[in-house]
Structures are given as structure tokens and as C-alpha cells.
Design a protein around this ligand. Structure first.
Ligand SMILES: [Zn+2]
Length: 337
């Protein structure tokens, strides 16, 4: 941990135990809040990969829920659109198998419900992996070998060292390339990387709980147990980079396919990534045009219009420390940013 982090964490802890952050909560009173989760994994410590920075262990998730129930009110997800419902809501993105096998049973133990954001094209196997996971899996498989990557236009191979450092670094470099070049056809890029490395563009078997998607009957089962389903677009591309017709395809087709498969109306959208780097006003307008009533972002503050289609969310780091978590839910941690 860096010194600055150490100072910040000590300060947050002190704020909690001296009652400062709790006082802030009582005064400012976060009336509503939406927490975003991704993967809950059945291991005691997470592997040191960047791809896991949206992951939490089952033990920590369990303790975070216990913390939330003790200090705040976690509301049934059915109340999400009710403006008078004051409390916290839980959402889970991407629809990986762990959501059904590990996460949902822990929610059940706590008597809680959540909104699951699903990409139908992933469920139907039209795309092997979310692109960033695919890049990570390709690099992970290539440990100790050389790979050709678009970051230098395939000019020279990169040696993938047998440690997480190199894999994290190269995954991040590819991500940087995608954002700098505003790549719309991101799966075309993954396909190209596969071709350049003489490999098939197909699923890579590695930790199914983390990299395999739920199937339709599992998702349907969640809806029968009081959970809800939102569209997370068809293929988890970066909406801001897409031309208008492809944006509409991602938004309209995913809604349609979820409704057909699950026999329920789907009018909530969870933007993939969900920050200002991926969403602009044109994206919000497209979501409105596609018929969504509610759309969730992944930031607390933004400059976009249409409040119901730019609802903020926040995430927890993978820790169970009550002091730290309290400063996040109360918003105290972000006061001085
Ligand atoms: Zn996502």
C-alpha cells in the first residue's frame, strides 16, 4: 500500500470511530443509493489480476451485506423505481455463473434481492467472452510465450512473463489502445488478435464461475426468486464509440431478447462500464428512444441530462472493514475529492 493510501485509510478509519462519517450521514442523510457488484468468488483471497478488480470473495461479500443490513436499509429491488423508497439497492453486472452459484445463495441467506444486468448475446454464446476478459485469458494462456498485439500494430511480439504483473500491464495497454482509438468493433479487434496469434476466436476454458455466463433457465430462476433483470446491452461494447444504428441494436435488441426469453417486461438498462468515458448525452438519448424507463450509471456525479436515465451507482472495494465501507455509503469519502 502506498503512503498516501495509508494516510487516507487511517483518516477514514478515524472519521468512523470518532463519529465524523456517521455524523455526516445523519446530517446529509444519503436517502437513496445503488451499489454495484460483479463477481463473488468462492476463494479466500483473489488472484492478483486486474481482471479481478470487480470481484469480491464470498466471505467478504457476506460481511458487506451484514454490514449494510446493520447500518442502513437495504430495500427489495422491486422498489427501485419508487421515488419515495429511501434506502439502498443492490445490483449485479455481467451475469457470470458465480452470480447463480455463489452470489444469489448468499443474498438468500440475508433475505435480500438484486437487479442482475445481463448481456443476451453472451448468454446465447454469440460472443465468447467480454472483450477485456478475452484479452486477459489470451495473455494468461500465453504465459512464458510471445504474443502479437495491436498496441504497436503487431510490429514485434511481446513476451508474456509468467506473473500477474506482465499480464495486468499488457491487458491495460490493450484497454488503453481501445479507448484512445475509440474502437467500436471491439470484438473484431479480439478476433484480429486471435488471428495474428494463429489461435481460434472461441471461448477459453478457465474458471467457469468467473468467465462463463449463466444460462437462460438460471436467469429465469433468479426472476422467480424475487430478483430482477436489466439489459446490460447485447455485447458489452462501449456505447459512446458506436455509430447510431449499432447503439440502437445494442439497446433495442437486448431488451427484446430478454423480454422474449424471460417473459417479463424489461425497462431497466445498466450501461456497460457506466462512466463519462463510455456514456454521453447521445447515449442517454438512445436509451430513451429504445424505451428504457430507468438507466443506471457507475459514477456518483456527472453532467448528463435525464435523471431517470443517468441514475448514479457506487461500488465497494473488496474489503469488509466497517469504517471504510461506512465512509463510502455515507458519501463522506468523496466529500473532499
Ligand atoms: Zn458490465
Amino acid at each position: 500500500m502506498s503512503f498516501i493510501h495509508f494516510v487516507r485509510d487511517s483518516w477514514l478509519t478515524a472519521s468512523y470511530y470518532t463519529g465524523l462519517s456517521r455524523l455526516y450521514h445523519a446530517l446529509a442523510g444519503r436517502k437513496r443509493g445503488i451499489i454495484s457488484y460483479h463477481n463473488v468468488l468462492p476463494i479466500s483471497s483473489l488472484p492478483p489480476f486486474d481482471t479481478y478488480n470487480v470481484d469480491v470473495t464470498a466471505a467478504v461479500f457476506d460481511r458487506q451485506l451484514a454490514f449494510l443490513k446493520k447500518h442502513f436499509r437495504v430495500l427489495p429491488i422491486q422498489e427501485l423505481e419508487n421515488p419515495d423508497a429511501k434506502g439502498l439497492f443492490l445490483t449485479v453486472d455481467d451475469g457470470m455463473l458465480n452470480n447463480y452459484e455463489i452470489l444469489a445463495p448468499i443474498l438468500k441467506e440475508h433475505g435480500l434481492s438484486a437487479l442482475f444486468a445481463i448481456c443476451p448475446a453472451m448468454v446465447d454464446g454469440e460472443v465468447p467472452h467480454i472483450w477485456r476478459d478475452h484479452v486477459f485469458l489470451l495473455l494468461h494462456r500465453a504465459q512464458g510465450q510471445e504474443v502479437w498485439l495491436p498496441i504497436d500494430h503487431y510490429r514485434k511480439p511481446f513476451k508474456v512473463a509468467g506473473n500477474s504483473l506482465s499480464i495486468n500491464h499488457l491487458t491495460r495497454e490493450v484497454k488503453k489502445y481501445v479507448y484512445e482509438n475509440q474502437v467500436a468493433d471491439i470484438y473484431g479487434l479480439v478476433r484480429e488478435i486471435c488471428e495474428q496469434n494463429k489461435g481460434a476466436y472461441s471461448p477459453i476454458l478457465h474458471d467457469p464461475l468467473r468467465y462463463q455466463f449463466m444460462n437462460w433457465s438460471q436467469i429465469q430462476d433468479l426472476t422467480k426468486r424475487g430478483h430482477r433483470v436489466a439489459s446490460h446491452t447485447m455485447t458489452h461494447r462501449i456505447l459512446k464509440f458506436l455509430p447510431e444504428d449499432e447503439k440502437q441494436y445494442e439497446l433495442v435488441e437486448s431488451k427484446k431478447r430478454l423480454e422474449n426469453q424471460l417473459n417479463i417486461p424489461v425497462d431497466v438498462l445498466v450501461y456497460p462500464y457506466g462512466s463519462m468515458a463510455e456514456i454521453d448525452q447521445a447515449t442517454v438519448n438512445a436509451a430513451k428512444e429504445a424505451g428504457y424507463q430507468t438507466a443506471l450509471m457507475n459514477v456518483r456525479h456527472h453532467l448528463l441530462l435525464e435523471p431517470s436515465l443517468t441514475v448514479p451507482r457506487f461500488a465497494f472495494p473488496p474489503v469488509a472493514d466497517a469504517a471504510h465501507l461506512h465512509t463510502i455509503v455515507s458519501g463522506y469519502k468523496f466529500l473532499f475529492r
